[in-house]
Design a protein around this ligand. Sequence first.
Ligand code: FES
Length: 702
Amino acid sequence: MDERSDALVVFQPSGRRGRFPLGTPLLDAARSLGVYVESVCGGRGLCGRCQVSVEEGAFSKHQIVSSVDNLTPFSETEARYRRLRSLPADRRLSCSAKVMGDLVVDVPQDVASHRALVRKRAEGRPIAVDPSTHLVTVTVEEPSMETPRGDADRLIDALVGAEQMVGLSIDMPLLAQVQKTLRAGHWRVTAAIHSAGDSHTVIGLWPGEKARLFGLAVDIGSTTIAAHLCDLGSGRTVASAGTSNPQVRFGEDLMSRVSYILMNPDAVEKLTEAVRGAVGVLIEKVAAEAGIAADEIVEAVFVGNPIMHHLFLGIDPTELGGAPFAMAVSGSVSASARDLGLAINPCARVYVPPLVAGHVGADAAAATLAEGPGRVPPGDGAAAEAVTLLVDIGTNAEIVLGRGERVIACSSPTGPAFEGAEISSGQRAAPGAIERVRIDPATLEPKFKVIGCDLWSDEEGFEEAVAGVGITGVCGSGIVEAIGEMFLAGILTEDGVIDGRLVAQSDRIVPSERTFAYVLHAGLVDLRVTQGDVRAIQLAKAALYAGIKLLMTRLEVEAVDRIRLAGAFGSYIDPKYAMVIGLIPDCPLEQVSAVGNAAGTGARMVLLNKTHRAEIEDLVGRIEKVETALEPAFQGHFVSAMALPNKVDRFPNLSASVPLPLPRTTARGETTGDEGADARASGRPRSRRGARKAAPSDEAAE
Ligand code: FES
């Protein structure tokens, strides 16, 4: 073998290194070493998130000489990106540049991970305020020779007198500050008292009068982390901030992070450090935005899925990686900020709600508290008895179904397709992503909307308006709409096959390997919906739907009355298209609503009102868990749910407002199912396109 057939590549700042055959794209080299380089456009040279720079010089530590000349020359793709978006002189696109010799490569943080939209905002739901910590201002008796009592003891006397409470103590680290604070306030001070049952503790002390205290509600997702700073007096959210979870460096999804831990001895510490570091940055941001000192934050609530929960608490989550998915701790956890190294008041109390099961977390518990079955507007008795489905769609969908007091939950492995991964033109929801799609059923021509541009693609001025963000890919809500519209327009059969016979009719349908693809946008690089993309979405939606069906069987119901879509994806997906592709069961469309970041809302409820803590603990105790992997019926439901919208289930409510195409022959001429059943059950009308495609020319086309 030629001695120059491979080269050593070292990535900074992680220091990960490996040898790669000459010609390997740098992005692939980074991936194979587990170095996180973002690539939202899937390596098409459109998003620019994969930028890297080469460090030049002799690196004795690595025994190599690194030079930009050890990369393939600047490509046409990179030149185009530089022309359109600007690329600093020292940067290369790692999806385009290939290894031609030894390299030390720097992965700059200014372009990575933080550009994705963090769509986890605090919802405006009013919450009755009754937090665990409150403020009391007292005047403390000055010391005297006659009564030799400690300053802290006289502080407690004053507080007990003012509050009429027993069992009051001062948190140990505060003792060292009592004397200074009393004198700074000329014996008038304000204390923050935290109450848990019959135990009361002073956890904060300030000289003079003080009127406001703050708490933090944090939702730690595997992809994004969102923090809300709340005024513990008014309950108002005074600042919010979000960021990508830096743990993505160690693995995009939860299971790859668990694998990383299994293979690297000090990985738990690294992952814990990463998530706590990101939380620290968010704390700084929200405190600065609200103009408060970090020590005014005296309470914090954290929710997350079981793996995020364990890692945040510094617990090894590997037991959660396989059956029986044993949790290190499932009950609620109470700690102080100093236990977790959080840069807020060191005596601040941290509360982590209980986990539901090995892969249904405190985030699902919080979402259920906020929006789950039984949580209805006061006085709405009918709604309390409604069969309510709450779905939080991420890489793992959390599904909660219930009626009245009975609540059942499971999680289903939907995979990352709804987040744009595994989709040929997929990307995360970020500026430049197609998020809305309409297809004219007569001409098969599409129009779309892009995040960061208010105009539809067929509106005047679109080209200029979109120039700032570009058209870089299709995000989760965009791919769901594209597939829904392709089905409604007759481009997709019930089985999800792209109908190749339409090639002759529209240049939007093109051969692609041994199947066909739909060209959604013909630009510098075509954005297509391929047969593989349709399959990826079918698999993901079938997994979700099968989980929902298991819960419906367990609850002994045939239909659901209300559907609540939680999470970032749930907030942006159009319920109509979610139903058209059979992601969710039939239900009156007006009863399907997005509830935003329900986990974050639940976290704020628990932060702002101590009775919600008892409530969430009771709720988690009552939730019946269904383990999808152990249910024999899952497979059958899954197979039926691969069809659009479903092979066996009917969608009468949807059909009443959306003309679904009739089942018809596939591109290969096979029948796609019970042609009359849908019409029998739903009485739905035939669509224009459906009518056209059912013409005798079907045979001729074969
Ligand atoms: Fe390289 Fe998008 S991944 S430009």
